[in-house]
Design a protein around this ligand. Structure first.
Ligand code: AMP
Length: 172
């Protein structure tokens, strides 16, 4: 069970990055190493993460959590990056966000090495971002164990939209 402190550290910024969005800022967790440790240990315990051969961490806050979890579990990690950042032979898809649209790119050679994957991100809102990675994996006939997130925004129904297992630590 996650402590109340972690939830209290998450700070709301209304109307950021655009009107109508309540941005959940997780930065204060990283300024509190004990809280960060608790988050990493709790996420590393999630069944989805335990089952997967490798972690796919989503640009950019997913990288922070994903790399700490990868270190903790001694599991490989692959980057799902925004456009123009990754070299080599890439696979990509576009997706819609709670605030705008974007694309994610993954290295084909990295994906070839493993069979089952857990996606790691900071927050599940509409599910569009994780679905983008899920669809890339589906096209490659790879197994997806599910999505592990720190925060789930329940009212946006991301879980229903995604149709893959979701483990979340904190819900709002
Ligand atoms: P979605 O694709 O709608 O599930 O959105 C999830 C992605 O967008 C995550 O990578 C989050 O970092 C980011 N995101 C979406 N909504 C918020 C929010 N209200 N506060 C912070 N980050 C958000």
């Amino acid at each position: 069970m996650i402590s109340i402190t972690i939830k209290n550290l998450i700070t709301d910024y209304p109307d950021f990055p655009k009107e109508g969005i309540i941005f959940k800022d997780i930065s204060p967790i990283f300024q509190n190493p004990e809280a960060f440790k608790e988050v990493v240990k709790s996420m590393a315990n999630m069944p989805i993460l335990k089952k997967a051969d490798a972690i796919i961490a989503i640009d950019a806050r997913g990288f922070i959590l994903g790399s700490a979890i990868s270190f903790f579990l001694t599991k490989p990690m692959i980057f799902a990056r925004k456009p123009g950042k990754l070299p080599g032979d890439l696979i990509s898809k576009s997706y819609n966000l709670e605030y705008g649209s974007n694309s994610l790119y993954l290295q084909k050679n990295a994906l070839k090495k493993f069979e089952s994957f857990a996606i790691v991100d900071d927050l599940l809102a509409t599910g569009g971002t994780a679905k983008c990675v899920f669809e890339i994996l589906k096209d490659l006939n790879k197994k997806i164990e599910g999505l592990s997130v720190l925060i789930e925004l329940k009212e946006l129904n991301g879980r229903a939209n995604l149709k893959i297992p979701v483990d979340s630590l904190i819900t709002f």
